[in-house]
Design a protein around this ligand. Sequence first.
Ligand SMILES: [Zn+2]
Ligand SMILES: [Zn+2]
Length: 140
Amino acid sequence: MADIVRDEGGAEGGCLCGAIRYRAKGAPEGAGYCHCRSCRRHSGAPLTAFVVFAAEQVEWVSGDRARYESSPGVYRTFCQDCGSTLTYEARYQNKDIVEFHISSLDDPEAFPPNEHTHYRERISWLHVADELPKFPGSMV
Ligand SMILES: [Zn+2]
Ligand SMILES: [Zn+2]
């Protein structure tokens, strides 16, 4: 994974109605766009952008998120009151990770994505003009 802008101050965010709030401490492991069909269906958006933290960096401050197992061992969480999409959670390389939708952060400017994943599943009318690496599937 290429270097990203790292914000050692961590991140805070939450859902639209404010019931669910979270905080992540320290630097993230990465940030990227995802073009997969599951992300589209879950978010209602043509693509998603995530910032990735280890589960132990994450503290759920308030609210109880609902979760849906979109593939075996992969959980997508959301607010059951307002419907905001919040995370993609899975075990990756023997570590539990929490990927926050960057759009749910209080300061989404803090974590610019540094790559595109599942690029082969992108919608053809979406034109991406950046120079970031574009992986056909998951990260390599
Ligand atoms: Zn909510
Ligand atoms: Zn995806």
